[in-house]
Design a protein. Structure first.
Length: 173
């Protein structure tokens, strides 16, 4: 369970806590998510979050665990966390319906795993996540900015997009 996770900056809400992942009692606000596709995306998102003092979820694109893998995302998160140590965020990797990818994400110590597969498999994965102090979420994040369309944008453009998104998401969390 390495990959640079630092538990002191990990967000735990009623929605993301492992024991609540499958059956939350009531809706609980979740920090806004920014979907990143590269290290420059992650750095821009975290710098903006730190500057605005907003907690965020730093997430992958849907099914990214299948094609990029938890190793890539774990390294990206560790590098970004070291560069922007003041940012408060939770790293979330989307595994879609792939239970093998979800197990890999849990093994890699990614703070939050998104798994949309069969409920019986999700229950088992949730138990595994809980044993390791990780979170499993069974639905995709509903409030998200996807920076995919800004893949080649410079940092100022990425930060502008993140700031606009966080300002518009102010009432959500």
């Amino acid at each position: 369970m390495s990959n640079g996770s630092r538990r002191s900056k990990r967000l735990v809400t009623a929605e993301t806590a492992p024991h609540r992942a499958l059956a939350p009692d009531a809706p609980v606000p979740v920090p806004p998510a920014i979907i990143v596709h590269s290290l420059p995306h992650a750095l821009a998102a975290l710098r903006t979050a730190a500057e605005t003092r907003r907690a965020i979820i730093l997430a992958t694109a849907p099914n990214a665990a299948r094609y990029a893998g938890p190793g890539w995302f774990g390294a990206l998160v560790a590098t970004a966390r070291a560069a922007v140590s003041t940012a408060e965020f939770t790293a979330a990797i989307d595994c879609g319906e792939d239970a093998g990818a979800a197990l890999g994400a849990l093994r890699a110590g990614i703070e939050m795993t998104l798994f949309t597969g069969h409920k019986d498999v999700a229950v088992r994965l949730s138990e595994i996540a809980a044993r390791h102090g990780l979170a499993l979420r069974t639905s995709r994040l509903s409030v998200a900015l996807d920076l995919g369309s800004e893949f080649f944008a410079d940092e100022s453009r990425l930060r502008q997009r993140c700031a606009e998104f966080l300002a518009s998401a102010a009432g959500i969390c």
